[in-house]
Design a binder for this molecule. Structure first.
Ligand SMILES: *Cc1c(COP(=O)(O)O)cnc(C)c1O
Length: 473
């Protein structure tokens, strides 16, 4: 062997142990036990091929060929390639209900209910009293009736599905009258006119963007009208010279023409948020009380539950929705119903909701809590960032998110990080934070990275601080 030329530690391809021999060593036994034969072989083979390339290039150190070193490298590759693609992150964007981060976090009661439903058979569609087939909506229907005052309820995959089912059932081949001020687009590709078309209904727009009157609806009602619809303009606000028609007035008009009135509330809270000093958002009970025949809303926005679309309203209309074959395609599974039942149950004791419902707890965190947290964490961030960036604790504003109350913001506190030189440095820091074992995501604005501490609860603070100690800028 020609070791002299490249140094005493240089190995050749012939020194690389065989795959079969390595697989039989005690070092590889735990890897085989954890990851299985096929994954270990594929990973190890790739690694040995790489070593062979290094040997040919003359830069293979013999220390890399020790069995323990080979097992270690293989183990690291396997750990990274088998890591879940769905990972916990620190959401420091300041948006509490962030669609990109999965919206509402479920309360402990819901997590326990989901776990139970995953591990054992459940009476999802089995009436235990009557010993016959049941209806999965029964799991939550009584609770929804109690909490909204509606006669009946059904649940589908999300609110977009709820609107689709509603339009397809009540207005296929008919006309639906909607105000021009309410033809919204929500996030990614949910546009009322598109859903309408897919549902087989024809949209009749009335009024103007900023003003719509009852007479506009009345004039548009004709032989083909199937439904009047009101959509909560959740993700934007029109201010200034505006007019819209309230549910009570629309309901009277609908009744006079024997037409149903549907209201898409979007977030649709079950309880008046003003109770906690949060901005007013219309409740489902108010919509039903004002005369809406069907109301749709999301499970994972302000409600604080799992992704779901909730439909409540008149019993005869809900019965029709349930008979539509589309309902079968849009229905939810047992895990969703388990979580939803637990979350709805929390609403029966509203005085504890601010602690027990995670979403509400985050929304209610006072700016002082985040200010104190920023004070505790500032030295940690300063230590981790070194000279490259400067960090300051600063007041900022959080948002509820998911199109809820877009204009109202919540006073908060956090960090503003600025690069000391060059714009590229800030982008690099942002990428490094996203690359941490638990990625940290903030908001980039005004040449700074903003980290809002609202969604970092005290119980996660130590883990967050430890994470910064692993950062190497
Ligand atoms: C969010 C929203 C929807 C869509 O609800 P998903 O649960 O995200 O499907 C529909 N309508 C309104 C008014 C909304 O705010």
């Amino acid at each position: 062997m020609d070791r002299g030329r490249a140094g005493p530690d240089t190995a050749t391809a012939a020194d690389i142990p065989s795959l079969d021999r390595l697989l039989n060593t005690p070092e590889f036994a735990p890897l085989l036990a954890q990851f299985g034969h096929a994954q270990v072989v594929a990973t190890l083979r790739r690694h040995l091929d790489g070593l062979r390339q290094s040997a040919i290039a003359g830069d293979l150190s013999s220390t890399r060929l020790a069995v323990a070193a080979l097992a270690q490298t293989t183990s690291e590759s396997l750990a990274s390639s088998t890591q879940s693609r769905l990972r916990p992150v620190f959401n420091l964007t300041g948006t509490v209900l962030h669609t990109n981060f999965g919206r509402a976090l479920l309360p402990d009661a819901a997590v326990a209910a989901v776990t139970r439903a995953m591990l054992a058979p459940v009476n999802l569609e089995f009436d235990l009293d009557a010993r016959r087939r049941g209806d999965r909506d029964d799991i939550v229907e009584d609770l929804l009736r109690e909490l909204t005052g509606a006669e009946a309820a059904t649940v589908v995959n999300n609110n977009a599905a709820a609107v689709l089912l509603l339009l397809n059932t009540l207005a296929a081949r008919g006309e639906v009258i909607v105000s021009r001020g309410e033809l919204i687009e929500i996030g990614d590709s949910f546009r009322i006119p598109d859903i309408m078309r897919r549902a087989g209904a024809r949209l009749v727009e009335v009024g103007t963007t900023n003003r719509t009157h009852a007479a506009d609806y009345a004039e548009a009602i004709g032989r083909r009208t199937a439904l009047l619809m009101k959509v909560h303009t959740s993700n934007y606000a029109i201010s200034g010279f505006t007019a819209s028609v309230g549910i009570a007035e629309l309901s009277a008009l609908a009744r006079a023409h024997s037409l149903p009135l549907a209201v898409d509330l979007g977030s649709g809270t079950l309880i008046d948020m003003k109770r906690w000093g949060l901005p007013k958002e219309p409740t489902v009970r108010e919509a039903i009380g004002a005369g809406a025949d069907v109301v749709t809303f999301s499970g994972d926005k302000l409600l604080g539950g799992p992704q779901a679309g909730l439909i409540v309203g008149r019993a005869d209309l809900v019965r029709k929705l349930k008979r539509n074959p589309l309902k079968r395609a849009l229905r939810v599974g047992k895990l969703t119903l388990a979580a939803l039942e637990a979350v709805l149950g929390l609403y029966r004791a509203p005085e504890f909701l601010g602690e027990r419902l995670t979403t509400l707890r985050l929304l209610l965190r006072p700016a002082d809590a985040m200010r104190a947290q920023a004070g505790r964490l500032l030295p940690v961030l300063q230590g981790a960032l070194g000279k490259a960036c400067s960090v300051a604790a600063a007041p900022m504003t959080s948002q509820i998110g998911s199109g809820t109350l877009p204009v109202d913001t919540l006073p908060s506190h956090g960090f503003v990080i600025r690069a000391n030189q060059g714009r590229g440095r800030l982008a690099r820091l942002d990428a490094m934070l996203r690359g941490l074992p638990v990625p940290v995501t903030g908001r980039i604005a005004d040449n700074a990275l903003w980290l809002d501490l609202r969604c970092l609860e005290e119980r996660d603070e130590a883990a967050f601080a430890a994470l910064w100690k692993t950062l190497h800028t």
